[in-house]
Design a binder for this molecule. Structure first.
Ligand code: 5AD
Ligand code: SF4
Length: 454
């Protein structure tokens, strides 16, 4: 179905000069959703602001994958009370994964009655409609759909960056890892038609974008359920044909579905970057089984070795959870040994967080907090040793980077990434932003590289 902005056109005039403030929690999928929420708001006349004080709409796009993400949202909603008191016309909205949890929207309304709009992940395209209702009828709007709708194409999108863009290729997840809430809040897996994906990427290229990251909870199962016969490897090869596009990345791969065809596509297609994010979650076969991951350590290591063999300069990154219910010292040591064996270029490490209604939450042998923290610290240390070692290997090398913008920590410098995703800071003129350039790496820092123009 196509998104129809004409429905909301009437509001355009009255919104001129008004500002919205949006905060996003969680993953890249949420970031992309927020870019769409911004896109819709801009289309009906609002302007984005970085200051809550200036805003006439404040929107929180939430995440619920771990408890600490939820706590941050509660803290920020509490803080909004004073803004609403100062400006009763302020419209406060809350949306995203957290709202899809049973009973959560009601809990939010009860605790923070000054919230005006609540919606979930399946109906975010209706945000302009909800906004109209709040403004014209003065009502509070709460709408959460329990089931996914068909994919809505053509939602305006206001991208954060002008050189690289996210392109979602599939929504939802069917995997039901026992610790994870995502399948309950994002619904079942559904893929976008390849022609829609290609159309979007071609439009991006025509606007000057050089790099795209394909997004999905499990990109390797792309294509299932579509009328066309296509899989992820074939989609990658189609995208590689797009003239003017320089770099393609994708995430997230699932080790049970990543196959040799995808590895060959990365090896053979010049635009596919040598970078694979392959979450392992645990190095213990017993825990992997309890997590319902459908692969074992041996299969995982087979894939890692295959990637290293076929694409020698590939960076491999991962997600790891410590303290899953029943995890023993021996299981944890298996994770540590796997981290050392793989030598990750980066790893996102998480302390297991109990999530309502997930099977792992009902498991009896929960790991005590102090043990979880102790293991977490050991894991971070093991990961960092590998990351520092792998960064050191870049010293003295010439790399190609896509210049993304000013450095995060030092606005006088620029930053960019190598094809395989390493972050490089360097001194250079702002006119280089958006360009592919070669740099010499002069120093490796723990989590980034320092480069020099040639
Ligand atoms: N506790 C901790 N980490 C989790 N993740 C997903 N669910 C949980 C949970 N309940 C992590 C996984 C996943 C990443 C996006 O978040 O490692 O790959
Ligand atoms: Fe969660 Fe597993 Fe789906 Fe990833 S694959 S979103 S960890 S259920």
């Amino acid at each position: 179905m196509e998104f129809d902005i004409k429905k909301y056109k009437d509001t355009k005039k009255s919104n001129t000069g008004k500002h919205f403030f949006i905060t996003t929690y969680g993953c890249q999928m949420n970031e992309e959703d927020s870019e769409k929420l911004s896109g819709m708001l801009k289309r009906i006349g609002y302007t984005k602001t970085e200051s809550i004080e200036d805003a006439s709409i404040v929107l929180f796009n939430t995440c619920c994958v771990r408890e600490n993400a939820e706590n941050k949202v509660f803290g920020n909603l509490g803080m909004m009370k004073k803004y609403k008191r100062k400006n009763p016309d302020l419209i406060i909205g809350i949306c995203g994964c957290m709202m899809q949890q049973e009973g959560m929207a009601d809990k939010v309304l009860k605790t923070f009655p000054y919230v005006d709009i609540i919606f979930g992940t399946h109906n975010s395209y209706k945000f302009p409609e909800y906004l109209n209702r709040v403004k014209t009828e003065g009502v509070q709007v709460k709408e959460i759909l329990n089931k996914e709708t068909e994919i809505i194409e053509g939602i305006p999108i206001d991208r954060e960056n002008s050189t690289k863009a996210f392109v979602t290729i599939m929504y939802g997840c069917n995997n039901f890892c026992t610790y994870c809430i995502v399948p309950y809040v994002r619904g079942r897996e559904r893929s976008r038609k390849s022609e829609e994906i290609i159309k979007e990427i071609k439009e991006l290229v025509s606007k000057g974008y050089k790099e795209i990251t394909l997004l999905g909870q499990n990109v390797n199962s792309y294509g299932k359920g579509l009328e066309e016969t296509i899989d992820f490897a074939k989609l990658l090869r189609l995208i590689n044909e797009i003239d003017g596009l320089e770099r393609v990345r994708f995430m997230t791969s699932h080790p049970k579905d990543l196959n040799e065809d995808v590895i060959s596509a990365i090896k053979e297609c010049d635009k596919l970057c040598e970078q694979i994010h392959l979450p392992v979650q645990s190095g213990s076969n017993r825990i992997l089984k309890e997590m319902n991951r459908h692969y074992d350590r041996e299969r995982y290591m087979y894939l890692i070795n295959k990637i290293k063999e076929e694409i020698p300069n590939a960076t491999i990154t991962t997600d790891i959870i410590v303290g899953f219910p029943g995890e023993t010292e021996e299981d944890f040591n298996d994770t540590l040994s796997l981290v050392k064996e793989v030598g990750y270029n980066a790893a996102y490490t998480f302390i297991y967080s109990r999530r309502n209604h997930t099977p792992a939450d009902r498991m009896e042998n929960q790991v005590p907090d102090d043990v979880k923290h102790e293991r977490f610290n050991k894991l971070v240390q093991a990961v960092n040793e590998g990351v520092i070692r792998s960064n050191k290997e870049y010293e003295g090398k010439i790399v190609e980077i896509l210049v993304e913008g000013p450095s995060k920590n030092d606005e006088t410098k620029l930053m960019g990434r190598t094809r395989n995703g390493k972050l490089v800071n360097f001194a250079g003129d702002k006119s280089l932003i958006g360009q592919l350039i070669n740099l010499k790496i002069v120093r490796a820092q723990p989590f980034s590289l320092v480069g020099e123009l040639l």
